[in-house]
Ligand binder design. Structure first.
Ligand code: DX5
Ligand code: ZN
Length: 223
């Protein structure tokens, strides 16, 4: 499966987002990753739905929205998104996750299902028909700049095995949290397909984003 870069916009210069998005277009990233936090599911509050709609209005890069909110179904209709965009919800955030995934599909967007480091891979087993992407959190969600948890490589390998055994190896695996060039290379070898790049690989002070993206692509055999 082709490898993809998803740029985590919460790590960009928040006072110059339009300029950052232009740089991401020049760096030809595949997605813009937008972290939405509610201060409850995770102990932090970041970007909002109006910002998502504003970003959508100025770029053709597909959006990869990462909802770290409790009861995400309440917010699906707040986003002006379309068929190339992904809305990713957390398994741990919603007791009716099946219904929420269906509502995202009904809206015409792609679905993503995210699981925290401690959540067993087989939690996704009965929902595979409803997801277009699985997101393996490689840090506990809520903050940029954290260190990848030690079980990340094993977890990606187990996810590949589960998807293969159940005949769903068409579903790409995204990894998010401390995806440095080094960690990206390791996780890519384990079977990861989409890499959320933040402070440890793409948004590096005084370093050109296109150069960062090229260097990362070289590490993960990006074709
Ligand atoms: C954390 C977010 C990540 C974060 C990545 O909860 O989901 O997308 O922005 O930042 P780094 O790459 O610095 O870990
Ligand atoms: Zn994220």
């Amino acid at each position: 499966m082709a490898k993809s870069i998803s740029a985590s916009i919460m790590c960009a210069d928040l006072l110059n987002l339009q300029a950052s998005i232009k740089q991401l277009e020049e760096a030809m990233v595949d997605y813009i990753h937008i972290d939405i936090m509610d201060g409850s599911f995770v102990p932090n509050i970041t970007l909002g739905f109006d910002l998502i709609n504003s970003i959508k209005a100025i770029t053709d890069i597909p959006l990869d929205v990462h909802l770290m909110v409790n009861d995400p179904a309440r917010f699906i209709e707040r986003m002006n998104l379309s068929e190339n965009d992904i809305i990713c919800v957390h398994y741990e955030s919603d007791i009716h996750i099946h219904r929420t995934l269906e509502s995202i599909r009904k809206k015409g967007c792609k679905t993503g299902l995210a699981i925290n480091p401690q959540t067993p891979v087989n939690a996704i087993e009965y929902l595979l028909e409803y997801i277009d992407m699985v997101l393996i959190m490689t840090v506990s969600p809520g903050f940029a700049g954290q260190k990848m948890f030690s079980g990340a490589q094993r977890k990606v390998l187990d996810t590949v095995k589960l998807l293969e055994n159940l005949g769903f190896n068409n579903i790409p695996i995204e990894v998010d949290g401390n995806i440095s060039n080094e960690n990206g290379k390791k996780l890519s070898k384990c079977g990861a397909d989409i890499f959320v790049l933040g402070t440890s690989s793409l948004f590096i002070k005084d370093k050109d984003m296109s150069l960062c993206a090229r260097e990362f692509r070289a590490e993960v055999d990006y074709v």
